[in-house]
Write a protein that binds this ligand. Structure first.
Ligand SMILES: NC(=O)c1ccc[n+]([C@@H]2O[C@H](COP(=O)([O-])OP(=O)(O)OC[C@H]3O[C@@H](n4cnc5c(N)ncnc54)[C@H](O)[C@@H]3O)[C@@H](O)[C@H]2O)c1
Length: 450
């Protein structure tokens, strides 16, 4: 299940690997047939430069593009796509400041709109997908259809249908020898790798129980009134939800999906598997107000794994409370805080430091695999850790015990049928101008959630 977890040394540019990737993809070209592809991943045209497209030019997208451009000399950003021109231009200006000679985006290669990603993907060898996660399955599917290597941020979906679409595209990517990196960067963090190796070697014996936390404060909020004052007009509902995406399930997946996935993914790594069921409690206790959309401010979930071991998970957006972002485990021979590289008990150990920034390391590893044509696909784990978070959300929204199969096979598709600024999202304001939150124990809500 685990993606490559040993940092790779970025090798010298391997022309032979580059060409062999190219010929495999060219051979697959017959399959791709008459698709409107301007450039196949690596090797479409002679020359060593790896061309990147950035889809979703926000905070993380700008960071990921900068890290991709820092993986070697022969990397260029050639195309960008966003639904918002202001975000796109801001990101491009920042990136030009950091990587003047590597940002070569012609005006014609700046694409704005809901379909913009298709055009940007066509111009690149490697695509960076960093929009809100609701769009990830369709954008990843398109990148794979066009035969491109991908770095995608986590989570990779927000609902069961999205996870299935993503997983199907992962299989396609494998057939096409495309490399896929997923932004669960702890897999590339030296402290985490060293801790996990020890835990897998039995440092704390058999795992009895685990705890995972992402307890913190409310993240950014874009209030409708502020956005409308800035725009000088009323926003359509689609415009508002996109600008305030964190608070809508179809875009964000709720914070259990958007943030807590990191801790849940680490627990899955420790267990070398995924939970079989979840039961939870949740709600929105302190974060009140129309602009906070439809997500909860806390989720408390008990995940059961196939061997009967249990992970107690909490994530919370409430100010003035105790905060922690970490994972712990108790075993028959000791304990660990495996966020912070600490093991106590029969085999005490503490991580001494070292290693690169994990955000940079994950790009170094992906680009080394592309250059050297070594197997690299973090997609399946990314999708299953995403489903772990979705499973937890389903359990807190319904108040029921939910199985992995129920979450994986869910038919609840949160994506609107039409994507346009004047199209209607499926979730709309209620009579008071706020949004309805899931009601645990309610049979109608169960149908809307699972
Ligand atoms: N791995 C990590 O530690 C980490 C850290 C931060 C963010 N992230 C992830 O990165 C993703 C983006 O988060 P962010 O903080 O950069 O958000 P952001 O709001 O800063 O950026 C999102 C960008 O996507 C654009 N966008 C929205 N819909 C789009 C569409 N359909 N097509 C093209 N562009 C679209 C927005 O206009 C915006 O520029 C999220 O999935 C988040 O979970 C990961």
């Amino acid at each position: 299940m685990n993606p490559p977890n040993t940092p790779l040394t970025p090798g010298l540019f391997n022309r032979r690997g580059f060409l062999s990737t190219s010929s495999k993809i060219a051979a697959g070209g017959a399959l791709l047939g008459a698709l409107p592809i301007e450039r196949f991943a690596l090797g479409a045209s002679p020359g060593d430069t790896i061309k990147i497209a950035l889809v979703g030019c926000g905070g993380r997208g700008s960071g990921a593009a900068s890290q991709a451009l820092s993986t070697g000399e022969s990397v260029q950003l050639v195309a960008v796509a966003d639904v918002h021109a202001d975000r796109m231009n801001g990101s491009l200006n920042n990136l030009k400041g950091q990587h003047k000679d590597k940002v070569v985006v012609k005006d014609d290669n700046k694409f704005v709109g809901f379909d913009a990603y298709k055009k940007a993907i066509a111009l690149a060898d490697v695509v960076i997908l960093t929009t809100p996660p609701g769009f990830r399955p369709m954008q990843f599917e398109e990148a794979v259809r066009q035969g491109k290597h991908v770095f995608t941020e986590k989570p990779v979906a927000v609902d069961g249908p999205g996870v299935r679409k993503f997983l199907a595209a992962v299989e396609e990517a494998k057939k096409k020898n495309l490399k896929v990196g997923v932004g669960l960067q702890r897999h590339h963090q030296t402290s985490m790798i060293e801790t996990m190796n020890r835990l897998h070697d039995g440092a704390i014996g058999d795992i009895v129980s685990m705890r995972a936390y992402w307890n913190g404060n409310t993240p950014w909020l874009n209030k409708r009134a502020d956005l409308e004052a800035k725009a000088g007009r009323k926003l359509t509902e689609m415009e508002y939800q996109l600008r305030n995406w964190y608070y809508f399930v179809w875009l964000c997946g709720d914070h259990i999906c958007e943030q807590h996935i990191h801790n849940l993914d680490m627990v899955n790594w420790l267990k070398k598997g995924y939970p079989v069921s979840a039961r939870g409690n949740g709600g929105c206790e302190t974060r009140k107000g129309k602009d906070y959309g439809e997500i909860f401010d806390h989720h408390v979930v008990e995940y059961t794994y196939a061997d009967g071991s249990i992970c107690f998970s909490q994530c919370r957006h409430q100010t003035g409370c105790w905060n922690e972002v970490a994972q712990h485990a108790v075993g028959t021979k000791g304990r660990t805080n495996f966020e912070h590289g600490v093991i106590t008990g029969e085999n005490p150990w503490r991580f001494k430091g070292g290693g690169k920034d994990a955000y940079q390391q994950e790009h170094d590893d992906l680009f080394a695999a592309i250059r050297n044509d070594t197997p690299y696909n973090e997609g399946e784990n990314g999708a299953k850790s995403t489903l772990t978070a979705i499973l937890g959300r389903m359990s807190t929204y319904t108040g029921k015990e939910i199985s992995w199969e129920q979450a994986m096979n869910s038919k609840v598709d949160t994506m609107p049928k039409d994507l346009a600024w004047d199209a209607e999202p499926l979730v709309k304001p209620n009579a008071s101008g706020g949004y309805d939150l899931a009601v645990p124990g309610n049979a109608e809500w169960f149908k809307k959630v699972v």
